[in-house]
Write a protein that binds this ligand. Structure first.
Ligand SMILES: [Zn+2]
Length: 295
């Protein structure tokens, strides 16, 4: 890590998805170039203030959108945010809708994820000699989600859906119509390529993680949807991005991470390898997360 003064007191990381490459409302901004034991993050981090809260922002695909979903360095992104002091992360992403009543321009605060990625992504920090099974029944933070929903509903005019199951596919290709219909039949609500492994890694890093999913289109299941022009999609993405920024501003007003939230100590009952064994065998990669549990 490059050196960062402790006075930064960064509370929250924001990971921007398609359409959200910068955050011009940030004040007192500086850019931090950093590398991590997991390689470089998606881009340099932009540190600044929003509503008086110190925030670190990363564009998930790089600021010029040059990183495909499979290659997003999620471990480096989460490590960098945690190292800067963030205790919470909001991941913003563009998604397709799998249901009629989630229309383009709507905003979804997802509460569940189904993993349809294909195992090409490094999705754990614990790949050495430390076996950890973090709880993931509720993949998004139950403490911050209600605040995010409230912020969205009070600040933007678009429809806000307070629950939704996010189907995470590998990409980079979109689904076939048969796949899209299958996911609909399975009860999934939105489809995207980036919620995982980000949410899993945030849980392992004991960060409160929530998501804002911005509906850009109806995926491919809806007849006639192919007729939508690129200009129309671009217009939806523009208004979605504005809605996401407004929601984040609402969230950060009076924002504070609840240190009692279970996300903040997710490893406390999840490390399976005995502490005595860890003392002698903990690997360089695992150490930064488990050291506080190894007396
Ligand atoms: Zn939490």
């Amino acid at each position: 890590m490059s050196s960062t003064p402790k006075s930064e007191e960064i509370q929250i990381g924001i990971i921007g998805g398609s359409g959200l490459y910068d955050f011009e409302a940030l004040t007192d901004v500086r850019r931090v170039h950093t590398s991590t034991p997991y390689g470089d993050p998606s881009d340099s981090l932009v540190i600044g203030s929003l509503e008086g809260v110190r925030v670190a922002f990363i564009p998930r695909h790089g600021r010029n959108h040059q990183i495909t979903p499979t290659n997003i360095p999620s471990r480096a992104n989460i490590y960098a945010l945690k190292s800067l002091g963030a205790r919470a992360v909001v991941g913003v992403s563009a998604v397709g809708s799998l249901r009629e009543d989630f229309a383009p321009g709507d905003l979804v605060i997802p509460d569940q994820i189904v993993d349809r990625s294909r195992g090409h992504r490094a999705d754990t920090f614990f790949e050495g000699n430390t076996v950890v099974h973090v709880p993931f029944g509720e993949p998004f933070c139950g403490t911050i989600r209600p605040s995010l929903i409230e912020a969205a509903r009070s600040r933007i005019s678009a429809n806000v859906h307070k629950t939704g199951t996010y189907c995470c596919i590998e990409g980079p290709q979109f689904s076939t119509r048969a796949e899209s219909e299958l996911y609909r039949a399975w009860g999934m609500d939105v489809i995207g390529m980036t919620a995982l492994p980000e949410a899993k890694l945030a849980r392992e890093a004991e960060l409160c993680y929530t998501g804002i999913a911005l509906v850009t289109d109806y995926d491919c299941w809806r007849a006639g949807h192919e007729d939508v022009s690129a200009d129309e999609v671009a217009e939806v993405m523009k208004s979605n991005t504005a809605a996401a920024k407004e929601t984040l501003l609402g969230l950060l007003k009076d924002f504070d991470v609840d240190t009692r939230c279970s996300c903040q100590y997710s490893l406390s009952t999840s490390i399976i390898t005995p502490i005595d064994t860890l003392r002698s065998s903990v690997s360089r990669h695992d150490d930064w997360l488990v050291r506080k549990y190894v007396p």
